[in-house]
Write a protein that binds this ligand. Structure first.
Ligand SMILES: [Zn+2]
Length: 113
């Protein structure tokens, strides 16, 4: 389950940020997960709760925003939203979509206390 590794990475990132801000406790973490990132939000929330005890993020609320996948079509040059990789262009039916964004997972915001 790669959500566990992702949750550990997120905890490392927010712990580093909190420490460099001089904060001891993390209250809230907001993540942005692209629709193409192959991350299950429920599984990530579960993993986050599993890995935070004993860290400054223990008990922190995790909020997850989904970002749409965006791609550009090589055939008709439209910029379109897609839910998963391998979809055809909704405008022209072409298959030459190049992903512009939506495959990332990032810490968007956090609150320390
Ligand atoms: Zn197209």
């Amino acid at each position: 389950m790669h959500e566990m590794a992702l949750a550990e990475a997120v905890v490392r990132i927010v712990t580093d940020k909190a420490r460099s801000a001089g904060a001891e406790r993390i209250v809230r973490v907001r993540l942005e997960i692209g629709a193409l990132a192959h991350v299950e939000p429920a599984a990530l929330s579960f993993a986050f709760e599993a890995v935070t005890p004993g860290s400054p993020a223990a008990g922190a609320a995790l909020e997850i925003d989904r970002a749409p996948g965006r791609a550009r079509c090589d055939t008709c040059a439209s910029t379109v939203e897609i839910d998963r990789l391998g979809e055809a262009c909704p405008v022209c039916g072409g298959v030459g979509l190049r992903v512009l964004s939506g495959d990332e997972l990032r810490v968007k915001d956090m609150e320390v206390g």
